[in-house]
Unconditional design. Sequence first.
Length: 508
Amino acid sequence: MKPGKVSLIGAGPGDPGLLTIKGRDCLESADVVIYDYLANPVLLGYARPDAELIYVGKSRGHHSVPQDQINQMLVDKAAAGLNVARLKGGDPYVFGRGGEEASLLHRHNIPFEVVPGVTAGFAAAAYAGIPLTHRDITTSLALLTGHERPERKLSNLDWEKLATGLGTLIFYMGMTNLKMIGEKLIEHGRPADTPVAVVQWATLPRQRTLTGRLDEIADQVAAAKIAPPAVIIIGEVVRYREELRWYDNLPRFGRRFLITRPRAQAASFVALLQAQGAETICIPTIEIAPPDDWKPCDQALSQLNNYAGLILTSANGVDAFFDRLSSQNLDLRALAGVEIIAVGPKTAKAIEKHGLKPDFVPQSYRAEGVVDELLARGVNGKRYLYPRTEIARRLIPDSLTKGGARVDAPIVYRTIAPEGKQEMIRHLLESGELDAICFSSSSTFDNLHTLFGEELHQLKKKTAFFSIGPLTSETIRKHDFEVALEPENSTLDDLVMAMVEYYCDREE
Ligand code: SAH
């Protein structure tokens, strides 16, 4: 059998936006993804839903999978004809044992490629506001490991050359040896007041940066309890941080939001929060699927001229309805004379995309508004078509029927829990670092609760639940959770504005 290809991919330092486009392309096409502790699991969202995801990093209380086992896995999977994305933190060829993995693949005649990533040292410098070289100060830069391997003692490094022959030094894996690194450099000629920055969890909302003098930094780090992963940047360039920091002083820096929608549907929301320094993670907790049976819908489509009005209450419903219309060989002319009613502006926009303008949108953007308006005009004897999701409320059909109308409510789509995203969501929930989860419908909450009830309950004190509107809030409360925020109008834009206010109130 022809072996698959292995891509050694640099995942970057943490911020998911720092993955390269080529890295993303590899992830999207891989059959198997093998990923490390330092690779942001959010990136797994790019993997195919049916891709096998294998975590080989440390997990609570467990050691990471030994390197020779990882090697074997790479060889076995590729030999079985599968394309493997080997996702490694930072850059695969910088202190990442990427060289060892590539050599092994070469020995087994397995085709491979290497996709560079943004290495932690460079990323930490950028996000802490430290230019690594500077014409006025330093023209050279070294990347070093501060990890002491028993057989090759750190003390064997040529400290004199490091201390005096090079400009900026970046130590990886140096936290346990920080004291000794400082002492050795000073002993061999670096001034004791050389500025040092220690950057932990660079590029992530939990980034922490400590600066100090070479002779004092180890004690400061111990006092501040800064643990790995962190890089140590040593050199005069560190002084620029004061002037050039831009990331960790953004107003929403350090906040992490989970948005239960596909990124494409929350673009403006995400852009606003990111511009303020927050990390936004978009993972849909629902997926759209077709109904089990199209017959009721098709029957309605074959007699559209019988309807006085078409009531649409979600963008998904709109798309499903119009797609079906066209797949039944019909077009917009079939809707001539039918009044088009949209529950809110997003639904209206979705309708416009299909080339029609809704006749009205209620002011409250809710089903109640649709019902009130129609009843006020009188519905007796009229027939309405209400294409809906499987779990839609009965409010519209029940109320209109009471008013004497006939309502056909065929199912045009179903919402289902997405497969393949669960591992990623579990990681996020367990990390305990979500400031808030934004729920944009009852089903987004219901699905998350069904899949991760226990984990959600553990989040109770730490994570705020933001809800898009009254129905979603009701669902959240029904499960015994508090709703921290609900905007006056039920749109994502209103939710962002409410969130901005929410945090401003807290920060004052
Ligand atoms: N291949 C990786 C390095 C792996 S070695 C790269 O190119 O970045 C692991 C070390 O990388 C850690 O001990 C720490 O020094 C550094 N590191 C990785 N991610 C980091 C991050 N987000 N912030 C700070 N240091 C990080």
